[in-house]
Every structure is written in structure tokens, then in C-alpha cells.
Design a protein around this ligand. Structure first.
Ligand SMILES: *Cc1c(COP(=O)(O)O)cnc(C)c1O
Length: 388
């Protein structure tokens, strides 16, 4: 029998990290001590009080049944309270909050609710790949908005051609940003709301890193801007804030009709996040937040060591105000892929080449701060020895 994959899979961009993954496995098999700055997955454990809440919840048989489609009322109420407290934004938990099996799930599914075959979505580049792949799976096409350093890694809305804006049905944005670590302020979000209103575009803001920020900086919610709730929604995740990537819990909030559209897709595909995990999520959002402060303190310390070290090695990292990534310019005589390969082959250091997130990421590599300080120091020594 001949097994052929559907066109939508053939349309996916080539996986640029394949060669690098192969090389990493090869280098590791040679017995090299690898320092891995590649993965955006916290190395720190989930705080104890959240693990304890899960244990308790899982022993209650009522959690063992199918969850409700849009999420437990208690968790949605808790999200609304957290939003009010954290951002001063009012949400109706019944209509303006939906629980997700990790925010990636919701981001991947939402184009199915609003994109018809041939429709356009406005998608940043370089970016988290799911905005584009979700659009493709819905039969849509991405119009890529480059994130350039000269524009502080914000999309230039004025550069979007009129006919593209007229045709676009959705726009994805993500601040604090992965992979560039850039942050957005109120004036940018205001321009997005104006643009979305003018052209009737649904805005999806991915705020996965809203709680990971340094030096007293507090990222704002897109929904804090007047009129934002008319045009869009915001995705959040417990993954990065509480080191819960494996638990699969996130949520989306904002425009009730958009939330309902996403809910309709989901109710036909999945059956919601495990109730016990949602109860642990309540413990996370409602419990003592010193664990979040402690997380930020740890990432800030790592950031400072990495940034200072890379500078002393002659590189030009951008100092992030938020996220656990450092976006670093590479030397001029090389490419992102060659530079990453060289760090791996000659120093046993894994980084992610910027062009893997989209062409305008060429000229940069991304370091994830998911490595302890001693290992960062060791990596810096190796880079200095290598000479870049
Ligand atoms: C990690 C990440 C997410 C997804 O997190 P989930 O674990 O699926 O909640 C979403 N967006 C960005 C930009 C991320 O880096």
C-alpha cells in the first residue's frame, strides 16, 4: 500500500533544526559534555504547593470523569480574578474565558474557527512556529510581518499593503516575544487595535511570557488597551510562569464571540484539560506568588552572567527585559546556521539559529536561559577559548 501524506503536511516549512539535531546527537554520542541552550523548557521543577494540590485533586474520583468543554467553572472564575488583580481587566468567566490544554493547543486550533481556505493571517517572523502552521492547517496563508531590530522587533503595520490588510482575517502577535525577547508597550497595542478595527481583523495576542520579566518591569496585557476586547483575545500559559510545561494547562481570554468560536472547534476535537490539573492551576494562580518572583530572580541571574560573558567573548547580545531567552547577534562573517554548528561541533554548545524561526532571524542565535549559572560560566569559557 502506498501511504501519502495530505497536502497540508507537505505545505509545512522545512524543519530547519533537523541537521542541527542530528549533529547534536552525533556530538553527544562521541561523549562530549553538551551544554544545551536550545530548548525553551524550564529546567526548574514545578513548585511544591502546586504538585501537592494535584496529588490531592487526583485522589478525588470526581476529577476522573470528562472535564467540561470550556473548563471548570472554578478555574475560569480563578482566571478572571487573576486578570483583575494582575492587569485590572474585567472578564466574564462564563463567556470571556476558555481553558486550554496548553496555550499551543488553542493557538493551533483557532484558525480553524475563523480562516477559510485561501484567507490570510498576519503572522510575525521570526516567531513561534504555531501561528503559521495553524494557519496552514486551516487552509489559509500567512502574510509574514518581519520583526526587525530597527523597529524594536515590532511589526510595522504601515508596511502591510492595503489589499493584504483588507483580505486578512486574523493577526498574531506575541509580547514579551519568543525568540527576540522584545517587549511591547501601550502605544503599539493601541495601533494594533486601531488597525484591527479599520480592517476587521481578529487579534490573537500570545502572552505566554507575561510573568517572566526582570528589573521591576511588568509586561502589560493587550486587553488593558481600550477597545482590545472588541477585536481580540489573549493566550496565556501556566507552562513558563510556574514551570509546568509538562502539565498542559493554558487559557484564552477576551472577545466572547472569538472565545466561542475557539470553543466550538475544541468541543469537536478534544475534551478539555484534566480537572485535577485545572485544580492545581487554581493553586498556582491563587497561591503564594513568591515562586514566580524566585523564578524571575533565577533567570535574571543567568541572564546577567550570560550577557556579560557573551560580551566579554566579543559577541553582541541584546539584554532582555523579559522571557528566558537571549537573542544574540552573530559575528558578521558567518551565518546563523554555521555559527550554531560551529558552537556545537567545536565547543559542545547548543543554540538555536535565528533563521530557524523565520528568515529575518538570520544574523542571530537564541540562547534559552534554562541552564544553571555554573554551566553558563563553563559555556562562556568554551566560547572564549574558541574565539569568535
Ligand atoms: C512556550 C510557548 C507557548 C506554549 O506554551 P504551552 O506549554 O503550550 O502553554 C506559546 N507561545 C510561545 C511564544 C511560547 O514560547
Amino acid at each position: 500500500m502506498q501511504i501519502e501524506r495530505a497536502e497540508r503536511l507537505k505545505k509545512l516549512p522545512p524543519y530547519l533544526f533537523k541537521e542541527l539535531d542530528r549533529l547534536r546527537d552525533e556530538v553527544r554520542a562521541q561523549g562530549v559534555d553538551i551544554i544545551d541552550f536550545g530548548v525553551g523548557d524550564p529546567d526548574l521543577p514545578t513548585p511544591d504547593h502546586i504538585v501537592e494540590a494535584l496529588k490531592k485533586a487526583v485522589e478525588d474520583p470526581s476529577t476522573h470523569r470528562y472535564p467540561s468543554y470550556s473548563g471548570m467553572n472554578d478555574f475560569r472564575d480563578c482566571v478572571a480574578r487573576w486578570y483583575k488583580k494582575r492587569f485590572g481587566v474585567d472578564l466574564d468567566p462564563a463567556r470571556e474565558v476558555i481553558v486550554l490544554i496548553g496555550s499551543k493547543e488553542g493557538i493551533a486550533h483557532i484558525p480553524l474557527a475563523f480562516i477559510n481556505p485561501g484567507d490570510l493571517a498576519l503572522v510575525p517572523t521570526p516567531a513561534y512556529p504555531v501561528y503559521h502552521t495553524g494557519t496552514i492547517f486551516a487552509g489559509g496563508e500567512s502574510y509574514f510581518m518581519p520583526l526587525l531590530e530597527e523597529n524594536d522587533f515590532l511589526p510595522d503595520l504601515n508596511a502591510i499593503p492595503e489589499d493584504v490588510a483588507e483580505k486578512a482575517r486574523m493577526m498574531f502577535i506575541n509580547y514579551p516575544n519568543n525568540p527576540t525577547s522584545a517587549v511591547a508597550e501601550e502605544d503599539f497595542f493601541r495601533r494594533v487595535v486601531d488597525f484591527a478595527r479599520t480592517y476587521n481583523i481578529i487579534v490573537c495576542h500570545d502572552a505566554a511570557y507575561s510573568e517572566l520579566a526582570f528589573d521591576g518591569y511588568k509586561p502589560m496585557s493587550f486587553l488593558q488597551v481600550e477597545g482590545a476586547k472588541e477585536v481580540g483575545i489573549e493566550f496565556h500559559s501556566l507552562s513558563k510562569t510556574y514551570n509546568m510545561t509538562g502539565w498542559r494547562l493554558g487559557f484564552a481570554v477576551g472577545n466572547a464571540e472569538v472565545i466561542q468560536g475557539l470553543g466550538q472547534v475544541k468541543s469537536n476535537i478534544d475534551s478539555g484539560a484534566f480537572n485535577a490539573v485545572q485544580m492545581a492551576g487554581i493553586a498556582a494562580l491563587e497561591g503564594d506568588q513568591t515562586c514566580v518572583e524566585e523564578n524571575c530572580r533565577i533567570y535574571k541571574e543567568r541572564r546577567d552572567v550570560l550577557v556579560a560573558g557573551l560580551r566579554s567573548a566579543g559577541l553582541k547580545p541584546i539584554v532582555p527585559k523579559a522571557t528566558f531567552y537571549v537573542w544574540c547577534r552573530i559575528p558578521e562573517n558567518t551565518t546563523s546556521t554555521d555559527f550554531s554548528m560551529r558552537l556545537l561541533k567545536e565547543a559542545g554548545i547548543v543554540t538555536t539559529p535565528g533563521n530557524g524561526f523565520g528568515e529575518p532571524g538570520e544574523g542571530y542565535v537564541r540562547f534559552a536561559l534554562t541552564v544553571p549559572v555554573e554551566r553558563i560560566e563553563e559555556a562562556i569559557e568554551r566560547i572564549k577559548k574558541l574565539g569568535v
